[in-house]
Ligand binder design. Structure first.
Ligand code: FES
Ligand SMILES: [Fe+2]
Length: 382
């Protein structure tokens, strides 16, 4: 981004993670930072939308948002999945809601302009009587779309690099984790709304420091991994975490025998892709979780959690694992993030010290947060 945000709020955020503080509190609630992130990050990056299995037939569509921009993906009559802004070219009414099938026509609910599944305006009532009306000039505005290991990502920036250039090696890593990714089926979606800045949510997701201390479910979380085997890699916009599953007697949910997916068989695997999506495998669970951390305002985050399995169903053991993840662990993290968001406004708090292992090898080390915020700052020009 050229120019950059005027005040990036990084008075004690240094280049060296081992000596750095966090960004200043305002970095996590300033409307100016939020605007800069919208334009510098989310309007320009590849954003997760869904999986192709959610669009099996011509006319199938899935809607979504990139911060405040409504979008949808639809499979055309020609079998190709395309992305569009979810807005009518007449007077800006939203075209589609939720997910479903339009058959062959997208009809705007306001004045009934109709578009084909490739986005071309087919008919507008009375258009033959309107002077010089050119149907070809009012196609639905396209959004770029990439299929990555069967997952659909969208980019609002027509000039953005293609996905592989933008996140080299991501697809290879995802397919190494779940070689079956492209033929997975959507099983369920859960959604959470959190009263905190999206970066607070991502930071909480990325650091393992709190896992040892913060609450009873986190104590259980540290048990699902054999901590001695826990390792990670940072590669540009990608962070990977891996660990062998912990002692089965101490895992807080029912374990499936083995795992249905081939590929990497460590019990616990995460592939995080900047800015806000993570692909997760839990030990003893036959499901790939996709976890979105999407800003909806300077201090609100929308978290969709999508489950993908080989047959679109959750077996009983996997069900118990995702219930634990959603209903036991999730609420503890939501409470943490919302407490932090309130604390960031406290007159008694300024930038805090990042707890970084000088070698960046200890499993408690917070150097991930430094890396994450460096990516954010580079994107907003701060
Ligand atoms: S706004 Fe869509 S038809 Fe008028
Ligand atoms: Fe947590």
């Amino acid at each position: 981004m050229t120019g950059g945000v005027e005040r990036p709020y990084v008075s004690k955020f240094g280049d060296d993670p081992a000596h750095s503080h966090t960004p200043d509190p305002e970095f996590f609630f300033s409307p100016a930072i939020f605007e800069a992130e919208k334009r510098g990050i989310f309007y320009r990056c590849w954003n997760f939308l869904c999986h192709v299995s959610q669009l099996p037939n011509p006319g199938d569509y899935v809607t979504g948002t990139v911060v405040d921009q409504a979008i949808f993906a639809i499979r055309g009559q020609d079998g190709i999945v395309r992305g569009f802004f979810n807005v009518c070219r007449h007077r800006a009414h939203q075209l589609l809601k939720g997910a479903g099938n339009v058959r062959s026509t997208i009809r705007c609910p306001y004045h009934s302009w109709t578009y084909d599944t490739e986005g071309r305006l087919r008919h507008a009532p009375h258009c033959d009587s309107v002077a010089g009306f050119d149907k070809d000039a009012y196609s639905v505005s396209p959004v770029r779309l990439a299929e990555v290991g069967g997952f659909v990502l969208v980019n609002l920036d027509a000039d953005a690099p293609d996905f592989e250039t933008w996140a080299p090696g991501f697809e290879r890593r995802l397919l190494a984790m779940v070689p079956e990714a492209a033929r997975l089926r959507h099983a369920r979606t859960r959604e959470f709304t959190i009263g905190s800045n999206w970066k607070v949510v991502v930071e909480n997701f990325l650091e393992n420091y709190h896992s040892f201390y913060s609450g009873p479910a986190h104590g259980q979380l540290s048990n699902i991994i054999d901590q001695a085997t826990y390792s990670w890699q940072i590669d540009g916009k990608i962070v990977e975490f891996a660990g062998i599953g912990g002692n089965p007697d101490r895992i807080p949910y029912r374990m499936a025998d083995g795992r249905a997916f081939t590929g990497r068989q460590e019990g616990f695997l995460i592939t995080y892709l900047w800015p806000g999506v993570a692909f997760i495998l839990l030990p003893g669970a036959n499901v790939l979780l996709v976890f979105g951390m999407n800003p909806t305002g300077p201090e609100t985050t929308w978290e969709p959690l999508l489950y993908y399995t080989l047959d679109g169903k959750l077996d009983a053991a996997t069900e118990s694992a995702v219930d634990w993840f959603n209903d036991i662990l999730g609420p503890e993290d939501v409470e943490i993030c919302e407490s932090v968001q309130r604390g960031l406004h406290s007159m008694g708090y300024r930038a805090g010290r990042l707890m970084v292992d000088p070698d960046c090898t200890a499993r408690w080390s917070e150097h991930f947060l430094h890396h994450f915020n460096r990516l954010n700052l580079a994107a907003i020009g701060g």
